[in-house]
Design a protein around this ligand. Structure first.
Ligand SMILES: [Zn+2]
Length: 74
C-alpha cells in the first residue's frame, strides 16, 4: 500500500464513524455528493461530515491515486 492509498483509507476510517449515524435516518434518501446517485441505486454510500461518497466514486478515486502513483514511478 502506497502513501496515497494510506491517506485515502484513513479518511474512509474516519468516515465510517459517521456512516452508522447517517443510516439511522432511513426516511430520507441520501445522494452521493460526487455523482448524485441516490442510495437505492448504489451498493454502498459512505457518509462524512456533510458529504457522502458512493462505492463507485471511491473506485474512481482509487484509480486516480493509482495513476498518480504509477506516474511517479516511471
Ligand atoms: Zn458517487
Amino acid at each position: 500500500m502506497n502513501s496515497n492509498e494510506e491517506a485515502l483509507y484513513s479518511i474512509f476510517e474516519k468516515a465510517k464513524r459517521y456512516d452508522d449515524l447517517a443510516f439511522l435516518s432511513k426516511n430520507k434518501l441520501i445522494n452521493c455528493s460526487f455523482c448524485g446517485k441516490d442510495e437505492s441505486n448504489l451498493k454502498k454510500l459512505i457518509a462524512g461530515p456533510d458529504v457522502f461518497i458512493c462505492n463507485e466514486c471511491i473506485e474512481i478515486c482509487v484509480e486516480i491515486l493509482e495513476e498518480d502513483a504509477n506516474k511517479g514511478k516511471s
